[in-house]
Design a protein. Structure first.
Length: 576
């Protein structure tokens, strides 16, 4: 009878006379015969000093390694990159943020397959690290458990909870003359008091919730703040869970990431008013599993799911508050009970999602509302389609006072041009600010524009103008801000044909966005259009621009559904 140990992928590096040099390298790392004979489990994180989001990873990685060892495995720690959206914001460096997602997934694939690891525990912290790690897990399809490193605690300023979003928006308030610089300085010193990712329902916490809804993380761990002692047990359990999956043969990531699970991921984004970036990341995760799941599929779930989370930026509360009322499971249990999520999907524990959340408390009514008292009847994020964005664009409607906007176009050929105009207050109520050539290919890199949108909000113009771009917005963005316009201008999309003064009609309730220009005029403009020159003809961004797809399909860079040769043959086996 074949023992589980005989099926280990790592046997190809540890067994047989011809593997003597391989074992010599392992012994040089302090491994003995017993450690070499055990399953080899990669433990990947972004621990380092590029961002506070990942600075909790060091001790948590050690806890995960303890869990692997206690369950009979040999942990192999490695790291991957992280580009801080916070520090990369508002300059050319932001073009590397979305690119880093692909680098993370690629690097995990290289290490896991290059070393024939049997399983993986993967940590995420800053925005792109969460989807990047999950994508790498699904691509490799070895037994794997995702762990979010946790959010920062909110700060306190003038008796209320604050986050880094308040600092961003305060910059605009100072420029508008409604706040003193001393107040801005006080916010800078108080808004992010601990390590961990941003405290609101921005991209990191949204994707942490997505990992819960997918079932690929330690159950009910996502909302536990980074500095809480509870994370030790979470990480140890992650190590134990991956070892259990190695021993039993599953579940593996592609057993977990199914179409139903992806719909669950969209539902939790909708219910909590999560980041619009999820409409990029969920299709990209699906792509790794060989599932065609576009922005339109995301939109279908968003439109049928009630918005029940009173979370920033549209609401009042932070991740710590969700943890205190019972965690992500409160949301999931409520949505399953009301028929808005699939309860029969599989989780890393081997149990169904419904089984895992069965003991969760009911919504508290303030941080998370019951479905019967939803904030909005449909999700906090909407997808818009029309002649201006045939493949879709996305807007966060959570917190908006009005869902319709009609205005005249003011065209900027880059984010830098738009920021310069906004800094100078050279824009007016009633305008639709068009920021183009910032898409996946045109940027390259699809920059995130929280600095720009926060300035506008700080000027108290957040809903007096609309902003439309083929770039991205932060999960912390609020206002009538529409991103991910597809196809992008640099790929010949209609956004490249807009001229100053054109009328644009936006209806987020109906899901439409229309350029009020007749077809004949658009064809005349199209004949005169030429693709913009790239600012990055060499280096990483040039490679990215040559391979990246459009936003509505996740801005992915490879064909998807990568199958390792051993999996095609039905498993590894002993390689003596």
């Amino acid at each position: 009878m074949t023992k589980p140990s005989d099926r280990l992928r790592s046997r190809i590096t540890t067994h047989g006379i011809d593997r003597t040099p391989h074992r010599a390298f392992m012994r040089a790392m302090g491994l003995d015969d017993e450690a070499i004979a055990r399953p080899m489990v990669g433990v990947v994180s972004q621990k380092g000093e590029t961002t506070p989001c990942n600075m909790s990873h060091g001790p948590q990685v050690e806890d995960a390694k303890t869990g692997v060892r206690a369950a009979g495995g040999t942990p192999r720690e490695f790291t991957t990159i992280s580009v801080s959206d916070g520090i990369g914001m508002n300059h050319e460096g932001m073009k590397f943020s979305l690119v880093s997602r692909e680098v993370i997934a690629d690097s995990i694939e290289a290490v896991v397959h290059g070393h024939a690891y049997d399983g993986l525990v993967g940590f995420g912290g800053c925005d792109k690290t969460l989807p990047g790690v999950i994508m790498g897990m699904v691509r490799c399809n070895v037994p794997a458990v995702f762990v979010y490193g946790g959010s920062a605690l909110p700060g306190r300023h003038r008796g209320k909870d604050v986050s880094v979003l308040d600092a961003y928006e305060a910059v605009g308030a100072v420029q508008a003359g409604t706040m003193e610089e001393a107040e801005l300085r006080a916010l800078e010193l108080s808004c992010k008091p601990t390590v961990g990712a941003c405290a609101g329902q921005f991209t990191a916490n949204t994707m942490a919730m997505v990992s819960e809804a997918l079932g690929i993380t330690v159950p009910n761990s996502a909302m536990v703040p980074a500095v809480f002692a509870e994370r030790k047990a979470i990480c140890e359990r992650a190590g134990a869970l991956v070892m259990r999956a190695i021993g039993t043969g599953g579940p593996r990531p592609r057993d977990i990431v199914t179409r139903a699970a992806l719909e669950n991921a969209c539902a939790i984004v909708a219910a909590t008013g999560g980041s619009t970036n999820s409409a990029l990341h969920i299709p990209a995760i699906a792509h790794e599993a060989g599932i065609a799941f576009t922005m339109e599929d995301v939109a279908n779930v968003l439109q049928r799911t009630p918005f029940i989370g009173n979370l920033r930026p549209g609401g009042a509360y932070h991740a710590r508050d969700v943890h205190e009322i019972g965690g992500a499971h409160v949301v999931i249990r409520e949505l399953i009970a009301a028929g808005f999520m699939h309860g029969d999907t599989l989780t890393v524990t081997g149990r169904s999602l419904a089984e895992e959340v069965a003991g969760a408390p009911a919504p508290d009514g303030e941080v998370i509302r019951p479905v019967r008292d939803a904030i909005l009847p449909s999700g906090g994020v909407a997808v818009l389609k029309g002649n201006l964005c045939p493949d879709g664009a996305i807007v966060k409607v959570a917190g908006l006072k009005a869902l319709q906007f009609t205005g005249t176009a003011r065209v900027f050929e880059s984010e830098d041009d738009a920021v310069e105009a906004v800094h100078a207050r050279d824009y007016a109520a009633g305008e639709v600010l068009i920021v183009r050539n910032e898409g996946p290919r045109g940027g390259p890199g699809m920059r995130e524009m929280l600095g720009l949108t926060a300035l506008i909000y700080g000027h108290q113009m957040g809903e007096k103008v609309a902003l439309l771009t083929d770039g991205r917005f932060s999960g912390a963005t609020r206002g009538m801000c529409i991103g991910h316009a597809a196809p992008e201008a640099a790929a010949g999309g209609p956004l490249g044909l807009v001229a100053d003064g054109d009328t644009i009609r936006i209806d987020a309730a109906a899901g439409t966005i229309t350029l009020e220009v007749d077809d004949a005029e658009l064809e005349r403009r199209r004949a005169a259009w030429a693709a913009p020159q790239t600012r990055h003809p060499a280096g990483l961004l040039s490679k990215y621009a040559a391979t990246v797809g459009q936003a509505h399909q996740g801005a992915v860079t490879h064909a998807g559904n990568a199958i390792w040769p051993e999996d095609r043959r039905g498993g590894g086996g002993d390689h003596d």
